[in-house]
Design a protein around this ligand. Sequence first.
Ligand SMILES: [Zn+2]
Length: 98
Amino acid sequence: MASVGSQFSTGDQGDNRRAFWRSGYSLCCKCGAKAIESKDHVAGCRHNGDAYGTTVFTCKECNWTTSFQYDDAAETYYYETSRWRQEAAEARRSGQTG
Ligand SMILES: [Zn+2]
């Protein structure tokens, strides 16, 4: 049974999201327009007030869409990006030690 307000993913879930993340969620990686509209879909709220859900990003120019799941309690708000953040940090580190 699907519970009301479960977190979901929609739109482009491929590598384009990473470029989008790098642009600060502001540039469409399909047409390059800075016309991104974001909408939060709250999935739920914990007893301590932490909300979680999905933010859907849509380009108003070309209708490109992607989504990121968020969690107030997570170390990284859009926790799906924490892996990229880690990889970027590691790349920086290995560059310095070499
Ligand atoms: Zn676009």
